[in-house]
Design a binder for this molecule. Structure first.
Ligand code: AHG
Ligand code: MN
Ligand code: MN
Length: 328
């Protein structure tokens, strides 16, 4: 039988980034701690009375679910207990939080997260997730807003945890993408997918056709191309859209495909958030050999001007992203 390698062992033995950034190990330990708790409660939500709405709206005017709040609290609580973490910013909070230890030199890292992605799927037992990214702070002493407005290419490490039929943590520190499946019995993330490379040719289209009447011509032209019949290019493509970005991206990462959340006439910047969703998932996609775009330029090169910036996005296998970009 093969020896099981857990995430902590893998980080210590295989992750070259830890040689220069040893504090990242503890940040990961804290992310593991919080996401194991979230995974447990997501699996038992109906039994512990945690389904449903929290009866408030977040900074983006979206409905907050009880599990959004709880996940947010647990991530903050865990990260706050690391001397290496200076502060955090979350999709669910208007402002970033500075931890007391931010004054210390060891507190070199900040973490940005979407505590629970796919909120609308929480109550229906569909896959949801946590998305995170870790940056090195630029300031010393007090944290500044500018620490949280770094471009995606400054990410030190990013990843997500998908709470689906399994709980899987996928991460990269800039040297490939690896995934770890939570062994619920042992309470450990065990290496299950090493050096993930996304297929370069693919057959899955992930977009909401609910906004068909609000997309620009270019998006519609691309979708029509995807739906045409052509055996040589495996068309028509298969449509898969869950409505949890993390779940749509995870499936497409493994199977090949393109995910789009474009601009609409009603939301000219799309819906998805640059720092909490698009940057970390583009970073993963890039590390897995895939592509990503806002339709015009490199998402990871955008310098954010605010904490809750939105951006249109298309990402996935290179053949389909290139094809999308060929439509003007
Ligand atoms: P969140 O639950 O963190 O607010 O994110 C939901 C996002 C994303 O996960 C998903 O792809 C998208 O919203 C779905 O939006 P539509 O319902 O507009 O398709
Ligand atoms: Mn989200
Ligand atoms: Mn969310």
């Amino acid at each position: 039988m093969q020896t099981k390698i857990n995430l902590d062992q893998f980080l210590v033995n295989k992750e070259v980034t830890l040689q220069t950034e040893p504090g990242l190990k503890e940040i990961y330990y804290k992310l593991e701690e919080a996401t194991k708790k979230i995974s447990h409660v997501v699996n038992h939500a109906a039994l512990v009375g945690i389904l449903g709405k929290a009866d408030k709206e977040n900074v983006q005017g979206e409905e907050v679910m009880k599990l959004d709040e709880l996940s947010n609290d647990w991530l903050i609580e865990s990260l706050k207990s690391s001397k290496y973490c200076a502060g955090v910013a979350s999709e669910e909070m208007e402002d970033f939080i500075s931890f007391d230890q931010c004054q210390n030199e060891e507190a070199k890292y900040i973490v940005l997260f979407d505590p629970l992605d796919g909120s609308s799927n929480i109550d229906t037992c569909s896959a949801i997730g946590t998305i995170f990214s870790i940056y090195k702070r630029k300031s010393k002493g007090e944290l500044l807003l500018s620490d949280f407005l770094q471009k995606g290419n400054d990410i030190l490490s990013a990843g997500y945890v998908i709470y689906g039929s399994s709980t899987i943590l996928v991460y990269s520190m800039g040297h490939g993408v690896n995934a770890f499946t939570l062994d619920h019995k042992e309470g450990e993330y065990i290496l299950s997918h090493e050096k993930i490379q996304t297929p370069t040719s693919s057959t899955i289209l992930s977009i909401s056709f609910g906004y068909y009447n609000f997309y620009e011509k270019r998006v519609l032209d691309f979708c029509h191309w995807c739906l045409e019949e052509d055996k040589a290019t495996n068309r028509p493509l298969t449509q898969r859209y869950i409505g949890s970005m993390v779940a749509d991206i995870h499936r497409n990462l493994l199977k090949g495909g393109i995910f789009l959340y474009p601009a609409t006439t009603k939301s000219p910047n799309g819906k998805l958030r640059l720092q909490y969703e698009c940057n970390p998932l583009s970073f993963i996609q890039k590390q897995a050999g895939g592509k990503y775009t806002n339709g015009i330029s490199d998402i990871l090169e955008i310098v954010p001007t605010e904490l809750h910036q939105r951006v249109p996005i298309a990402l996935g296998s290179s053949d389909l992203v290139d094809k999308y970009l060929s439509f003007k």
